[in-house]
Design a protein around this ligand. Structure first.
Ligand SMILES: [Cu+2]
Length: 250
């Protein structure tokens, strides 16, 4: 639609005749667009297209340290989150040209050809190394208290490949019965610009029953970034703006 502004042949009745200059500029704009399209096509073709067998993390690990403290008099859980802002990114943007194997359980949620969501696996729950030992029969579970609508969480594992809704996604339990091992859930969101939050609390269970000892609520956060089409339009816009500026100088 924005192109029609630059099309000298889209003219209201009674408009002044077309100056040669304007037609010439229109052709120049077309050349810029064709060139940009060719650059993108070439970039896509030269990138090694791969069928991925795992779900990329989309960045370095960001740990949520769960620190269990028990001095014999009082018990407490403190949470320390590494200061980083992970980005929920669609595969088309992080791995241009790559695809997921259609037999993998995450294919329907993440594959570009299936309308691929933006995703990230950087956040991981870890038991702080300075934690006191937990009394026999006790454990720490993690409950999702709230999250931005549209954010989904999945248990991700390979061999065997696993992709299961968790933390309330698609009617699943809001609680992770944590085994105290490092655990990185996969989070997804629509591939669009936005900020996403999820708030949790970690609590002590004894024989699977909450003891009432729990952490303060803690919140993790992501930025989501869109499909590259938006980026391409922005680049086209830059090209057009540059041309328009040149035209004004004439
Ligand atoms: Cu980790």
């Amino acid at each position: 639609m924005w192109l029609s502004r630059f099309n000298p042949f889209n003219r209201p009745a009674g408009a002044r005749p077309l100056p040669t200059k304007e037609i010439e500029n229109h052709i120049k704009i077309k050349i810029v667009i064709v060139t940009l399209a060719a650059v993108f096509a070439l970039a896509g073709a030269t990138a090694q297209a791969t069928i991925l067998s795992t779900v990329p993390m989309q960045g370095p690990m960001v740990h949520i340290g769960i620190h269990y403290m028990n001095d014999g008099l009082s018990t407490n859980i403190e949470v320390d989150i590494e200061p980083m802002l992970p980005t929920l990114t669609p595969l088309t943007l992080s791995h241009p040209g790559d695809q997921f194997d259609h037999t993998d359980p995450w294919f329907a949620d993440l594959a570009p050809s299936a309308g691929g969501a933006a995703f990230n696996r950087q956040y991981g729950f870890v038991l702080d190394g300075l934690s006191d030992p937990l009394p026999l029969g006790q454990g720490i579970w993690i409950r999702q208290v709230s999250a931005t609508p549209g954010l989904k969480a999945f248990t991700y594992r390979t061999s065997p490949d696993t992709w299961m809704p968790m933390f309330g996604t698609d009617g699943s339990s809001d609680t992770l019965q944590w085994n105290l091992g490092m655990f990185h859930p996969a989070y997804t969101a629509p591939a669009d610009i936005g900020t996403y939050f999820a708030t949790y609390e970690a609590f002590v269970v004894d024989g699977g029953i909450p003891t009432g000892i729990m952490s303060d609520p803690f919140t993790i956060q992501w930025e989501a970034i869109p499909e590259p089409t938006t980026g391409m339009l922005t680049l086209f816009g830059v090209g057009i703006t540059a041309l328009t500026a040149r035209r004004r100088k004439h």
